[in-house]
Ligand binder design. Structure first.
Ligand SMILES: C[S@@+](CC[C@H](N)C(=O)[O-])C[C@H]1O[C@@H](n2cnc3c(N)ncnc32)[C@H](O)[C@@H]1O
Length: 292
């Protein structure tokens, strides 16, 4: 059996009992370590499972999946995924490849940022399409995400923005020279994300993301304890101007508040506002939350 097991969002104790039983019974255990990160080390995970873990990078999961799937028709193999297995598209691919090889598969679910984002007080039912924001470079500033945000904004829906993670990336020079030397990991911060959103708005000029009248909520390390999980709400401009430490350690996500927001969602999130009066004022004037 090929198991794909969600680990949840925080540490070794977030795995389900069903997931832990599958790990204990597996002859090989892989950890997918490029679409998300756990807040603890690999060693702590290995000590908890009492067995070694093979860290699987993008190359291994996407192009050498045969190695992971080897003999999974005769013995149990587990692929661990931070969050929920279907919180990233990569894992659908590997399940499809297992199926094509006639290997029985089983997915064991867990909490994902896709549902834990509800921690900010916005109702999951009111979210539209999720978008991913990649690091801009001098010459590459992909902005197709803006069209998805625009569609959500037109329907009044909230948008979950997932922020780029760069692990095991090679510099252009090392890539050109075929040197397997990797850059240190990089995780997009909230100020970088907001400044990229505003840069796209400045070039598209469609009035979708306004610095002073678009409300947003930043979330960091959701699922962590109170010293780790951070939620900060404000206008895009307010979030941009906060010192980076306010957002704590990665991973970070951002929610753009939709215009059909309910006043109870605004009241719940007000607790996290950089400036409560401004949060309320913008919600009343620009989001027509007249019950506030
Ligand atoms: C490609 S998604 C993978 C999601 C994961 N499989 C899941 O189900 O949660 C990774 C992105 O989700 C967001 N993310 C994941 N875990 C998070 C957390 N605990 N707190 C805040 N954002 C998180 C970050 O924006 C991160 O770059």
């Amino acid at each position: 059996m090929f198991y794909v097991i969600g680990l949840g969002l925080c540490d070794e104790k977030d795995i389900s009992i069903r997931g832990l039983e599958a790990v204990k019974g597996a002859s090989r255990v892989y950890l997918e370590a490029y679409t998300s990160i756990l807040m603890i080390s690999q060693e702590r995970l290995e000590a908890f499972y009492e067995k070694p873990i093979i860290v699987a990078d993008r190359d291994m999961v996407e192009t050498q999946s045969d190695e992971i799937l080897k003999d999974a028709d005769k013995e149990d193999v587990a692929l661990l995924v931070v969050g929920d297995p279907f919180g990233a598209t990569t894992h659908t691919d590997i399940v499809l490849r297992a199926r094509a090889l006639g290997i029985p598969t089983r997915v064991i679910h867990n909490a994902s940022i896709m549902n834990a984002v509800g921690a900010c007080g916005l109702q999951l039912y009111n979210f539209g399409q999720t978008v991913s924001l990649v690091f801009f470079t001098e010459t590459w500033k992909p902005d197709s995400y803006y069209d998805r945000v625009k569609e959500n904004v037109k329907l009044g829906m909230h948008t979950l923005v997932l922020l780029d993670i760069k692990v095991k990336e090679q510099s252009e020079e090392n890539l050109a020279r075929g040197r397997k030397i990797y850059e240190p990991p990089r995780y997009m911060s909230i100020p970088t994300a907001v400044s990229q959103l505003l840069e796209t708005e400045a070039s598209r000029q469609e009035g979708i993301l306004e610095p002073e009248t678009t409300l947003a909520i930043a979330l960091s390390r959701v699922g962590g304890d109170s010293s780790q999980q951070k939620i900060v709400a404000g206008t895009l401009k307010e979030l941009l101007n906060q010192p980076v430490e306010v957002y704590g350690e990665p991973l970070h996500s951002l929610v753009i508040v939709g215009k059909r927001v309910h006043h109870l969602e605004i009241e719940y999130a007000e607790d996290y506002a950089v400036d409560k009066a401004s949060w309320r004022r913008v919600a009343k004037d620009m989001y027509k939350c007249t019950e506030l």
